[in-house]
Ligand binder design. Structure first.
Ligand code: 6PG
Length: 471
């Protein structure tokens, strides 16, 4: 009796996915580089489930039904290539390898070509939702050939999260080659932006009205009941309630203000620049993490450089409402940037992505799941070629009606010297996007002045160069 699914890499995500798959009635074979981890898993959570341990790639492959469906859950980079190389000698034509890690999409493109030349099938699949998601329903973003997807679809639909709105599974075919990993990368870029916007909102509230942790919990809980309802706001509300075992103080206050990152946010910004799609809020979030990591240098600078002093403590209600509005409007702008990056990438790489479908599979299971995604799904379903989310009637109204308080929140941050790079990047994006005229005429003049780079005119077509030094 052979098993219907195989998974390699029993770290936290791998283990939870295996348990999820087994709970849905599929028999699973597992293999891990170190046998000890496999033993632990088998005698722990995997006990009494339809899970078979194997201890070599050969044994692992032999234990699976054909065409084999093998998912690898190892660290992005060289480890993925190493696992593929180990597996390859034992595989047969038509077998499917799924990479469920956060691989860079161009690595996935390369691996797809290599494996397809060996008559094997390759699926690069974004998996979001952390441990909980993997165990009880992740959002899945598979890219590869349609026929390979058809073979894994029943299993993936079974284990994926289901959207609360319509019960649909949060998995859909994304596009060929690296399309799935591309979408996961952009998901993570949006995740970085969401997190930074929330962090700036927290800083803004702290520096103005300085809520106690319980009050912070109440504010975020209330926000989570409205248009900001999302996983990240929900967990933020909980974070304020946790106290430190060691000191009894709020744990948040004991955490060093140095943000880590594994690279997916950075890749989003890098690739967006490469293909010419502006994602200023995402980039601001990546920069903010980098700046935060310069803790020592900031501490030194804080002794030398000083900022303004202002007082907003008496405007409690107004500040809380303004920050909430600024957060929501800024979030819309960062999703607009992310969706437009996907649109641009789809053209650039021929992925033929369905933006409404992508928004719909982010509605549950993943880190950026949010009420807002119901509206984004609707916006693209009613108009798949929407040039920008801000042009959808609902989003237009949402942003315009919050404009005054959004500006007030950003202005307050500037007045108080609170870094609000992501909130203000979103606002500047909105202002630039709605400008029929930008000062780029001056940039063109400068380029032509020093380098004869030429310019176009507003009144005649053609390419012009001026002799600038001649008065
Ligand atoms: C998810 C997350 C996850 C990502 C972490 C860490 O969708 O479940 O995006 O895949 O690896 O959030 O990212 P950083 O370490 O770069 O913050």
């Amino acid at each position: 009796q052979k098993n219907s699914f195989g998974l390699i890499g029993l770290a936290v995500m791998g283990q939870n996915l295996v348990l999820n798959v087994a709970d849905h009635g599929f028999s699973v074979s597992v293999y891990n580089r170190t046998a000890e981890r496999t033993h632990e898993f088998m005698s722990g959570e995997a006990k009494n489930k339809k899970i078979t341990a194997t201890y070599s790639p050969k044994e692992f492959v032999a234990s699976l039904e054909r065409p084999r469906i093998i998912q690898i859950m190892v660290k992005a980079g060289g480890a993925v290539d190493a696992v593929i190389a180990e597996l390859k000698p034992w595989l047969d034509e038509g077998d499917i390898i799924i990479d469920g890690g956060n691989s860079y999409f161009s690595d996935t493109e390369r691996r797809t070509k290599e494996l397809e030349s060996n008559k094997l099938r390759y699926i690069g699949m974004g998996v979001s939702g952390g441990e909980e998601g993997a165990r009880f329903g992740p959002s899945l973003m598979p890219g590869g050939t349609k026929e390979a997807y058809a073979l894994i679809e029943p299993l993936m639909s079974a284990i994926a999260a289901k959207a609360p709105e319509d019960g649909l599974p949060c998995v859909a075919y994304i596009g060929h080659g690296g399309a799935g990993h591309y979408v996961k990368m952009v998901h993570n870029g949006i995740e970085y932006a969401d997190m930074q916007l929330i962090a700036e909102s927290y800083a803004l509230l702290k520096s103005t009205i300085n809520p106690a942790p319980e009050e912070f919990h109440e504010i975020f809980t209330e926000w989570n009941n409205g248009e900001l309802s999302s996983f990240l706001i929900e967990i933020t509300a909980f974070i304020f309630t946790k106290s430190d075992d060691k000191t009894g103080r709020p744990l948040l206050e004991m955490i060093l203000d140095k943000a880590g990152q594994k690279g997916t946010g950075k890749w989003t910004s890098q690739n967006a620049i490469d293909i010419g799609a502006p994602v200023p809020t995402i980039t601001a979030a990546v920069d903010a993490r980098i700046l935060s990591s310069m803790k020592k240098e900031r501490q030194e600078a804080s002794k030398i450089l000083s900022g303004p002093k202002n007082n907003y403590a008496d405007e409690r209600g107004k500040i809380i409402a303004a920050v909430r509005d600024a957060l929501y409007a800024s979030k819309i702008c960062s999703y607009a940037q992310g969706m437009n990056l996907l649109k641009r990438a789809s053209e650039e790489y021929g992925y033929n992505m369905d933006l409404g479908e992508i928004a719909s599979i982010w509605r549950a299971g993943c880190i950026i799941r949010a009420k807002l995604l119901d509206d984004i799904t609707r916006a693209y379903r009613s108009r798949s070629d929407l040039p920008n989310l801000l042009l959808d009637a609902g989003f237009k109204h949402a942003v315009q009606s919050r404009q005054a308080s959004w500006r007030f929140a950003v202005k307050t941050a500037f007045e108080l010297g609170i870094p609000a790079a992501a909130l203000s990047a979103s606002l500047a994006y909105f202002d630039a996007y709605r400008s029929g005229f930008l000062p780029a005429n001056l940039i063109q003049a400068q380029r032509d002045y020093f380098g004869a780079h030429t310019f176009e005119r507003i009144d005649t077509s053609g390419v012009f160069h001026a002799n600038w030094k001649e008065k």
